[in-house]
Ligand binder design. Structure first.
Ligand SMILES: NC(=O)c1ccc[n+]([C@@H]2O[C@H](COP(=O)([O-])OP(=O)(O)OC[C@H]3O[C@@H](n4cnc5c(N)ncnc54)[C@H](OP(=O)(O)O)[C@@H]3O)[C@@H](O)[C@H]2O)c1
Length: 244
């Protein structure tokens, strides 16, 4: 098992891409802490993770809004999380409205969750990784970070910020044995894309002719988690959509 004994925190781990990553990492031996805002959903999600042989490493949940500093501070301070080998920042919300028609509070939430949620996760867990003399950060951005999207202006901006954050961190933390990488999924079948491909028009735009699966994104995350020279990877996983 390639992640045996590793401790992993996955924001957005209650469902979708984050949960798929946690499930694969757990199957590879990692102990995962799932972060989300909905406790019952987290409780259900954590039960789907494979349990390893090592009783000292347990899966866990932590219920808070990633856009708030408090939640990250508490998670960092908790005795269960003195170590963090892998931090996956997958929590995110989407936008489906033109900038001029979007409420300011919704724009704030996009930046707070997608960008600042990732900033806080990195800020609070990089010091632990420095103490451990190693670690791995996997941020989940989006193809829209590089391509933009109609009705997704601030979502795209928040995800471009995640790419820039990861690249800058790669400079800052590499010398401490910490690797920082970012995934740019195209369209993936999750709650976030529900109904978007109802008539197949979206699939028709994608060279591979279909949306991706959360498990396919998870496999890309596992590559980033296990390849010891993968650092500052900006990895498209989009069925070829970035080629169009
Ligand atoms: N699906 C796609 O096509 C696609 C494409 C490119 C990038 N992405 C990115 O991939 C990531 C995962 O997306 P997904 O498709 O798996 O979406 P999803 O199924 O809607 O899941 C979103 C996850 O983020 C969590 N979350 C949202 N806001 C949060 C907050 N403020 N605090 C804590 N947790 C929060 C949700 O937890 P709750 O239970 O609290 O709601 C849930 O676990 C996102 O960053 C998204 O932008 C997705």
């Amino acid at each position: 098992m390639s992640l045996a004994g590793k401790q992993c925190i996955v924001s957005g781990g209650s469902r979708g891409i984050g949960l798929a990553i946690a499930r694969l990492f757990a199957a590879e031996g990692a102990a995962c802490t799932l972060v989300g805002r909905d406790r019952p959903r987290l409780d259900t999600a954590v039960k789907t993770l494979e349990r390893g042989d090592d009783d000292t490493l347990q899966h866990d949940i932590s219920c808070f809004d990633v856009g708030t500093v408090n939640g990250w501070e508490k998670l960092k301070a908790s005795t269960k999380h003195q170590n963090c080998d892998i931090l996956v920042n997958a929590a995110g919300i989407s936008q489906n409205s033109f900038l001029f028609a979007t409420k300011p509070s919704d724009l704030d939430a996009l930046i707070a969750t997608n960008l600042m949620g990732t900033v806080w996760g990195c800020k609070y867990f990089v010091p632990k990784m420095m103490k451990q003399k190693g670690g791995c950060i996997i941020n989940v951005s989006s193809l829209l970070a590089t391509h933009g999207g109609r009705g997704a202006s601030v979502y795209a901006a928040s995800k471009a910020g995640v790419v820039a954050l990861t690249r800058s961190l790669a400079w800052e933390v590499g010398r401490f044995g910490i690797r920082a990488n970012v995934l740019l999924p195209g369209y993936v079948k999750t709650d976030m894309t529900e109904g978007m491909d109802a008539n197949g028009e979206l699939s028709a735009l994608i060279p591979m002719g279909r949306l991706g699966l959360d498990t396919e994104v998870a496999e890309a995350a596992l590559f980033l988690a296990t390849n010891s020279y993968a650092h500052n990877c900006v990895l498209n996983i989009d069925g070829g959509l970035s080629a169009t």
